[in-house]
Write a protein that binds this ligand. Structure first.
Ligand SMILES: [Fe+2]
Ligand SMILES: [Fe+2]
Length: 377
């Protein structure tokens, strides 16, 4: 292993002496409680042995992963059920193993991810389930083999961007504020995955996310990246658009989960509550500081329409800037094509038809450009 500490986040340290001993064979091991902050660098590996279904923000763990997306890591799972795997994915899990995996196998799984081992990363005896992000890992969970390298690239990118979104939403939910610096770790993975593997691979991977908000934000980010690349934006402007897309719905962290995760269409009263997310998100980011005007505008105004029929401020025409208009198109399209428990994803042609039907509300020049961008990939 590279120089540094192996961190073991555990909520049952008294039962993990064997694991600590095995990890000490790799590098000095720091045993931390679930709520402990991230330790100082260098850190060369991470093992999470936590009940992920507990309502805890795991901020130290998230910070560690966001700061070093390539950090070798193993999540020991109390359950391999969909909810637990979804929670692991939201935290940015790497390899997921059952909690009763022998300590030596856990250590080997960590060592096998060490970048110094080169491209042929070993898989420990006994088998490994990569985190359940996307269709390929789901297949693995069912014991049907490893993902193709191309799929793995997209899965890893979605994991990283998903961890950013999870970190933002959890922090906003728990503390009412967020860390602007955390978002930066999500930009490149989205842009590179879309550029190298295409929008379809991104949509297929992200649609497998169980959590509707993560799925939606990742879809909007991938669509924004595709749009920006197709429009020939500079790298800086591509990042600007993806940054805004990733955080655009941060206000949903303050919406009651019963409404946010409802298994069916919202009624009028619930829709009214849901609409608050735009102004709430804006307030969270203003208070947090560190977000530029573009992000603030997108978060507050991505539900505004050119004819003044949108919310929260009823802006119209030129009051709505270009970047906001771009994200609005991506946002509406994402809502149509995402997978929901109560309806199948809408096919691309139908979703585009709905966008074209919003003449007067959306910028049609942008809708046509968006059509070209998503139809090309
Ligand atoms: Fe929204
Ligand atoms: Fe949205």
């Amino acid at each position: 292993m590279r120089a540094g500490t192996v961190v073991l986040y555990t909520d049952q340290p008294e039962r993990r002496a064997d694991l600590v001993a095995a990890l000490e064979g790799l590098a000095p091991c720091a045993v931390l409680a679930a709520a402990a902050p991230a330790p100082p660098p260098p850190v060369c590996g991470l093992v999470a042995d936590l009940d992920l279904l507990m309502p805890a923000p795991f901020l130290g763990l998230r910070t560690l992963i966001a700061a070093a997306p390539d950090l070798p890591r193993v999540f020991l799972m109390r359950s391999m059920g969909a909810r637990s795997l979804s929670a692991a994915r939201g935290l940015g899990a790497g390899v997921c193993l059952p909690a009763d995996t022998p300590a030596a196998t856990v250590a080997e799984a960590l060592r096998a991810q060490d970048p110094d081992r080169g491209p042929d990363r070993g898989v420990p005896a006994g088998g490994v389930t990569r985190s359940a992000a996307g269709p390929a890992p789901r297949s693995e969970a069912a014991g049907r083999g490893r993902p193709l390298p191309g799929a793995a690239v997209v899965v890893q990118a979605a994991d990283r961007a998903g961890a950013v979104i999870a970190g933002l939403l959890d922090a906003a939910r728990a503390t009412g504020t967020v860390d602007a610096a955390l978002v930066e770790g999500g930009l490149d993975p989205v842009l590179r995955a879309v550029e190298e593997r295409g929008l379809s691979a991104w949509l297929d991977t992200v649609r497998a996310y169980d959590d509707a908000t993560y799925q939606h934000c990742l879809l909007v980010a991938g669509l924004a990246a595709t749009f920006a690349i197709d429009l020939g934006f500079t790298e800086r402007d591509r990042q600007r658009l993806v940054r805004a897309a990733l955080v655009h719905d941060v206000g949903k962290a303050r919406i009651p989960l019963a409404i946010l995760n409802k298994d069916g269409p919202l009624d009028a009263a619930e829709r009214a509550v849901m609409r608050d997310h735009a102004a709430l998100g804006h307030a969270i980011l203003v208070q947090a500081g560190g977000f530029d005007d573009t992000v603030l505008a997108v978060v507050r105004w991505h539900h505004e329409h050119l004819d003044g029929s949108g919310y929260p401020d009823g802006l119209s025409g030129n009051q709505i800037g270009d970047v906001v208009r771009l994200v609005t198109v991506c946002d509406i399209y994402a809502a149509l094509v995402e997978r929901r428990p109560y309806r199948a994803p809408m096919p691309t042609p139908e979703a585009l038809k709905i966008l074209y039907g919003m003449d007067g509300k959306l910028d049609m020049a942008l809708v046509r450009a968006f059509d070209r961008a998503v139809s090309r990939t």
